[in-house]
Design a protein around this ligand. Structure first.
Ligand code: F6R
Ligand code: MG
Ligand code: MG
Length: 371
């Protein structure tokens, strides 16, 4: 059976203007680097995309996950793009490259990664989701809806291949621990954790007994990198990405997209410090403008053929998501009126990961003890 690996690796290596979008020259450079790797046989195929100020490298190959060669290729591609970003004096050039030299694995060096290896089915449908101005926990809500909520995914109760549900791997990203929870049995336990989305993040999802798919191959993966924990200072939000497989024993494409019909609230937006609606947009609207946002998500749809990407199809370029966008804008207006007041601004625990502590430090000496 033919195994394929898909790696989606992203970094913000400079924005134009500010943190709004990626310059086409950076995408051109990245395409050049990946084309060369394809020619040499390291990659089967690739696509270069962007959402907001994040440069996205989608690569298929035969090297499995955590491959030094693939991670090195991504790192060097970001370095090459950074060089151009510096020449053009783009804003925050190289901001997500937090290390000076590559040392075997790109994890913990700044870029975000979602990758998985799986046996390519007769028909292999894949969606790559990319978000800007938010954090990895923003995938908790849609991934839960897709793989555990029958009000979203009709197949969970109608399709005999889905009836047993799925296994969720959840990470505690603050204490670096993980837990596997089976749904529907552990559904309430899953929700008790993942509602706290800044601490517990769904990392991957696996099939269960009723599924024809290999049980040890993930059907969805999310990037979980926390830049703050790597850099130990605020260097922007950890704009996340995810890969979700669909159809034939998995949620249908429409079930995978359905959670985004609600512009649910996520944290991020301006200065990584505000709650705001997540707006599903087409590739052409993947630039963050109003108050550096609102946070956005794009969805690139593919069929995979012997490791080749057939696509992308710009899945949110559809009037069916207009109402979600309209609601997002109404929510954005409503929240913006509250300016610096919570819950528009994030609570103090979350503000620790922003530049606010620098301001509070200045006030320390002006506080007086109360009797
Ligand atoms: C949020 C983000 C932006 C910046 C803001 C200030 O993730 O990237 O909202 O935080 O534009 O940016 P600097 O500090 O670069 O001026
Ligand atoms: Mg940026
Ligand atoms: Mg970004």
């Amino acid at each position: 059976m033919e195994k394929v690996s898909v790696s989606l690796i992203k970094a913000d290596v400079g924005g134009i203007p500010g943190h709004s979008t990626v310059h086409p020259k950076l995408k051109e450079k990245a395409s050049e680097c990946l084309a060369e790797a394809k020619e040499k046989g390291l990659l089967v195929d690739y696509r270069v995309l962007h959402v907001g100020d994040d440069l996205q490298l989608l690569m298929s190959h035969r090297k499995g996950i955590d491959s030094e060669e693939i991670h090195k290729l991504a790192w060097e591609t970001f370095e090459a793009a950074t060089k151009i970003a510096k020449e053009l004096k783009l804003h925050g050039a190289g901001q997500d490259l937090l290390s000076d030299a590559f040392s075997g694995n790109i994890k913990g060096m700044g870029p975000g990664i979602a990758e998985m290896e799986f046996t390519e089915r007769g028909s292999e449908t894949l969606v790559a989701f990319m978000m800007d101005k938010t954090e990895p926990g923003s995938f908790n809500f849609p991934i839960y809806k897709i793989f555990a909520d029958p009000f979203n995914t009709a197949g969970l109760i109608i399709d005999p291949l889905l009836i047993d549900g799925f296994v969720f791997e959840v990470w505690n990203i603050k204490e670096r621990k993980r837990i596997f929870l089976k749904c529907p049995e552990d559904l309430y336990l899953l929700l008790s954790l993942i509602g706290a989305k800044s601490k517990y993040v769904i990392k991957s999802v696996f099939p269960k007994d009723s599924s024809p798919l290999p049980k040890d191959e993930p059907v969805a993966v999310v990037s979980t990198e926390k830049l703050f924990f790597i850099a130990e200072k605020y260097v922007g939000k950890d704009d996340p990405v995810a890969l979700v497989r669909a159809q034939s024993g998995l949620p249908a494409l429409g079930e995978v997209l359905e959670p985004f019909s609600v512009p649910y609230l996520v944290s991020g937006w301006m200065r990584g410090s505000h709650n705001g609606p997540l707006m599903p947009v087409s590739f052409k609207d993947a630039q963050c403008t109003r108050f550096d946002g609102p946070p956005r998500v794009i969805a690139a749809g593919f069929q995979i053929s012997h490791g080749n990407f057939i696509g992308p199809i710009d899945l949110f370029d559809d009037p069916a998501f207009d109402l979600s966008r309209k609601k997002a804008l109404e929510l954005a207006d409503y929240l913006r009126v509250q300016g610096p007041f919570e819950p528009h601004r994030l609570p103090p625990e979350e503000m620790e990961y922003t530049t606010l502590p620098g301001v509070l430090k200045k006030l320390e000496t002006r506080f007086e003890e109360l009797e």
